[in-house]
Design a protein around this ligand. Structure first.
Ligand code: PAF
Length: 264
């Protein structure tokens, strides 16, 4: 596996692959990799001839009061994990390649960003769209894989790629869960054992609503989360156009999100 920091060097590598008729897959990440990320990389390996993984903690998707500084970072550990999967290139972008004029947000996310996460993290999807757009410019993949845990993010990226006619296939990877059903997330590392017990109720409670996503049941689910020990529930909502129930809430200082398909 090659580790590359320079955008021009990565572009030259990918251009060479494409000239040889190879299909290039891409998995962008913010590092602190877990089995969920690895499952996305395996999907990319199955669908492409060469796979690039990026690790970059993107400042523009964090508000000033959020956990940018505390976000877990372990590039060496990540590199070792990625290598075991046979990933071809690890891209560790330089700040100056991603934000040559400083970290100002330049890409506005579209309609898919309206509501849900945006009500609580208004900056978030513009930051994600900006960095993913820039990463796509550098990597120029044929396909890219994103986790369905961030279901709204996946819709925002699909919409951006379609709107800008980028010609990149966007693939959603199923949510990876621990043995108790908790969606894997780098932020789970913030949780104590007791908090993990509470966090694990999120998946269970939203799946209970999946058979009947009426307003009463959604409200009931919010109450159940609070009773289970959630300190705050941002939302439990049904999004019919995505056939999904999506939820976000806080256990202590850790914000968790999850979603599940509605069984019709
Ligand atoms: O889902 C993530 O890890 C990030 O939002 C992404 C897509 C890598 C952009 O920074």
């Amino acid at each position: 596996m090659i580790t590359i920091k320079d955008a021009d060097e990565l572009q030259a590598l990918v251009t060479g692959w494409k000239d040889d008729g190879l299909k290039v897959g891409f998995v962008p990440t913010m590092g602190a990799l877990h089995d969920g990320h690895l499952s996305l990389m395996r999907m990319a390996k199955d669908k492409a001839d060469k796979v690039v993984v990026s690790v970059y903690v993107n400042p523009t998707q964090f508000a000033p009061h959020e956990d940018f500084d505390a976000y877990p970072r372990d590039v060496e550990g990540d590199a070792k994990l990625i290598e075991t999967l046979g990933v071809d290139a690890l891209y560790l972008p330089l700040e100056s390649d991603i934000y040559p004029d400083g970290p100002s947000v330049t890409v506005q996310a579209g309609k898919a960003a309206e509501g849900l996460e945006t009500e609580f993290r208004p900056h978030f999807f513009h930051g994600v769209a900006t960095v993913v757009n820039r990463l796509f410019e550098v990597v120029q993949p044929d396909l890219a894989v994103f986790g369905e845990k961030d279901f709204q993010q996946l819709q925002v990226i699909k919409e951006m790629v379609a709107d800008k006619d980028m010609g990149i296939e966007i693939i959603g990877g199923p949510i990876a869960r621990d043995e108790h059903g908790l969606a894997l997330s780098s932020r789970n590392a913030y949780l104590s054992e007791a908090q993990l017990g509470i966090a694990r109720m999120l998946n269970q409670i939203i799946h209970n609503v999946a058979q009947d996503p009426s307003d009463d049941k959604l409200q009931e689910a919010e109450e159940m989360l609070k009773t289970a020990g959630f300190d705050k529930v941002d939302y439990v909502r049904y999004k019919p156009e995505w056939n999904r129930i999506l939820a976000a809430g806080w256990v202590g200082k850790t914000r968790l999100i999850d979603n599940c398909a509605v069984q019709t």
